[in-house]
Design a protein around this ligand. Structure first.
Ligand code: COA
Length: 716
């Protein structure tokens, strides 16, 4: 778990716990033994601590948290203490990453050398905890208050060069960092370590601390939306400044860390970490093929069809990962506009110093714009991203099938349409697959990949691997209307309109969901996505508009209750943000800030009066339950239907595609672990009997089965 060897009079301790050298109990114990051995060996003058496999250490072993094994001694804090107490200098040799506990043990060492490609950081806040092995007390002593707030509150990784500038690393080297550390250890072997003990250093940057804390508190309150870890991280850093000494600061760090460790947010966030990784290990129902058994095809070149918001975003994602793209559009003006947008995105990245100008230029040059289908005949993979119209998509798929080489994979970026129907327009249904990106596609991490009935495992493996290559979070789902994400979203937004019809105002519904932790409530999201999108789909399906047969009741469609308010808004030009009016009003078309609109209130109230709907004050808890449980019930139906194979897949989709608050794990985790299925099932049944004309309240059989099982076992 940690190897011990000697290079002359330098002891080299190598952490060995593949793939990321996480600090399991066995590793921590090994560090303890190896250090004691080095201390007791009179021939050893200094120590180098490094990691095996080109990785220093990814921190605590997150798998130990649920079993409480991270508390077994020696803890990471004990390792840090022992490293620092050594009277022989200890040099950390950081290759790859030093994250969380990994960085804490590096801060326990007397010197730190990093490879130029190394990254360091404190990602604890992202899993609902704080750097509790003295990280919040030690980092401010080497890097100052401002850098500590930056790193610990964001959880971001800093490059080796940034870490050097911050004072965290003492030296950055281009080549073998272990060799460099051994040389360095030799040079400091007989120097006293007392001045290098971080716990004995004063905190840096205390002069401006008050202002920094004030600012950080304001930002954290705004951004954390119910997550408690960010504020506790902040308080722990404050303790480094305000405590009379290091030990008192440590006590405060423990107190704040324990609060997080015993709460329910940290387990939810650890679950989310592993759910994301589980989702990538795809398998077909019945285990017919898996990520392990299937080899992906290489994707060296790609084409994107359609130059709208989605097409350009997808193109940016591909070229950013160095995949050349032929961008095809039917309309020359749209093609030029799309190219301009791509250039603007890269120009902004350069301006914000996220990229060098020549690198941006090189990436833009990977786009070949064209109006000619012949230009895409040799690409390995095509992503169709035209608007949601089946007839048009089928025409395109037939054309692609005729033009592209036989091995090419044909993908559709549809957000809800039937993949099998598109595949039927080709002679290669095994190579047709859905790749549903989320807007803006160059920024949003989720990639919902949809398998059709004939999609081959090889095609699936290719798009799942492509997702990882372009730094998305790919999740495999089955084919049905709306797939997983939007199928649940449909229930969530339709319930929001029922709530409005029964007595809520848009801002009342949104506030409850924003309090729950969503950045925007469902009606603000509708305004952002454009109310006209759903309206056009409903028109094409004959649910609203001219195709609706005369005499159809206003509030009843396709055998269930229907709320016409979204249609009424669209008929009045309220398409959302883009028109400056939707459920809310906006300063101008395209503005982001939603303002409550008294005209909307009047419209809703007048509609209810005209249709004899008695409005009532709907309690907060009812708004929350109805909004969340209708989609959770749908999630169980999705599992029942085999559209998703695991709860983790559904949760990952909602975390990355719909900004579900991470500190509650995702809709399925929230229902299962935080609320409890018997309660969720009881409330779903309650709303089903209160609203027998709303089909999404019909309880899922799987939910019922699992709820009854849980209730039975809890009575044992
Ligand atoms: N504890 C336990 N397992 C860990 C881990 C940790 N701290 N960090 C990573 N792993 C596991 C992953 O679950 C994955 O396991 P799998 O192959 O069985 O799915 C494997 O290591 C590789 O991780 P992955 O994330 O797929 O690789 P990557 O190269 O994309 O990213 C890291 C590597 C280290 C950057 C990333 O895993 C990470 O951020 N880890 C969390 C670090 C952290 O939060 N540390 C603080 C803990 S207090």
């Amino acid at each position: 778990m940690a190897n011990y060897r000697k290079e002359g009079d330098i002891a080299v301790i190598t952490l060995k716990n593949p793939p990321v050298n996480a600090l399991s109990h066995a590793v921590r114990s090994s560090i303890d033994h190896c250090l004691t051995r080095a201390q007791n060996d009179n021939d050893v003058s200094a120590v180098v601590l490094c990691g095996d496999g080109g990785v220093f250490c990814a921190g605590a072993d997150i798998k130990e948290f649920s079993k409480n094994q991270h508390r077994l001694v020696p803890t990471i804090r004990d390792n840090v203490r022992q490293l620092e107490a050594s009277d022989k200098p200890v040099v950390a040799a950081i290759a790859g990453i030093a994250l969380g506990g990994g960085l804490e043990i590096a801060l326990g060492c007397h010197y730190r050398i990093g490879n130029v490609n190394a990254r360091i950081g404190f990602p604890e806040v992202l899993i609902g905890i704080l750097p509790a092995a003295a990280g919040t007390q030690r980092l401010p002593r080497v890097a100052g208050v401002a850098n500590s707030l930056d790193l610990i509150l964001s959880g971001r990784h800093a490059s080796a060069r940034q870490a050097l500038k911050m004072g965290i690393l003492d030296k950055v080297v281009p080549g073998d960092v272990v060799e460099a550390a051994i040389d360095y250890a030799k040079s400091v072997a007989y120097k006293p370590v007392s001045l290098r003990r971080v716990s004995e250093m004063p905190v840096k940057g205390v002069e401006k601390a008050d202002i920094l804390f004030q600012e950080a508190r304001k930002n954290t309150m705004k951004k954390s939306r119910g997550a408690i870890a960010p504020m506790n991280c902040l308080r722990a850093i404050e303790a480094a400044v305000n405590s009379p000494n290091y030990e008192e600061g440590l006590k405060k760090e423990s107190e704040l860390g324990n609060l997080l460790g015993t709460g329910n947010q940290a387990p939810a966030m650890s679950y989310a970490f592993f759910a994301e990784r589980t989702a990538q290990k795809w398998e077909l129902p019945g285990g017919k093929a898996t990520y392990k058994s299937t080899k992906p095809l290489p994707v060296k070149t790609a084409a994107v069809i359609g130059c709208g918001t989605m097409g350009t975003g997808i193109t940016i994602s591909l070229i950013t990962s160095n995949i050349p793209v032929v961008l095809l559009e039917a309309d020359k003006k749209l093609l030029e506009r799309g190219l301009k947008f791509i250039q603007q995105v890269f120009a902004r990245n350069v301006k914000q110093r996220r990229m060098k100008a020549d690198a941006a230029k090189k990436l833009i040059s990977l786009v070949t714009p064209t109006l000619d289908y012949q230009q895409i005949k040799d690409v390995d993979l095509v992503i169709e991203a035209v608007f949601e119209n089946m007839k048009l998509k089928k025409e395109i798929f037939a054309k692609l099938d005729a033009v592209c080489k036989p091995s090419a994979i044909l993908c559709s970026n549809t957000s809800s349409l039937n993949i099998d129907e598109m595949a039927s327009a080709t002679k290669r249904p095994d190579k047709v697959v859905g790749t549903h990106f989320f807007a803006p596609a160059h920024l949003m991490k989720l990639l919902e990949n949809i398998r059709g009935k004939d999609t081959s495992p090889e095609t699936i493996a290719t798009v799942m691997t492509l997702g990882k290559t372009i730094k998305k979070v790919p999740v495999l789902v089955g084919n049905c209307h709306g797939f997983v994400g939007n199928r649940m979203m449909f229930q969530y937004t339709s319930e929001a309109s029922f709530l409005i019809e029964e007595g809520c105002l848009p801002e009342e519904v949104d506030r409850v969901l924003e309090d729950f932790g969503f950045p925007l409530g469902p009606l603000k999201v509708s305004d952002l996505s454009g109310l006209d999108v759903g309206w056009r789909i409903r028109q094409s399906q004959g649910i609203t508009g001219e195709k609706v047969p005369a005499g159809t009741p206003l509030r009843y469609r396709q055998g269930q209750r229907y709320c016409p308010i979204p249609d009424m808004l669209c008929e009045q030009g309220h398409f959302g943000q883009k028109t400056g009016k939707g459920y809310y009003k906006y300063e101008r078309p395209g503005a982001f800030q939603a303002m409550n609109d008294p005209d909307i209130k009047d419209m809703i109230v007048a509609y209810c009066r005209d249709h004899n709907i008695e409005r009532r004050k709907i309690p907060y808890q009812e708004i929350l339950e109805r909004s969340l449980y209708c989609m959770i019930n749908e999630g169980f139906k999705i599992l029942e239907d085999g559209i998703a194979t695991r709860m983790e897949d559904i949760d990952t989709i909602w975390l990355y595609g719909y900004a579900w608050p991470r500190h509650t794990g995702g809709p399925m985790y929230y229902a299962t672990k935080m609320v409890g299925l018997p309660k969720v099932y009881e409330r779903v049944c309650h709303y089903a009997s209160a609203h027998p004309d709303i089909m999404h309240w019909q309880p899922s059989d799987l939910l019922k089965k699992m709820a009854l099982q849980e209730a039975a076992t809890s009575h044992l």
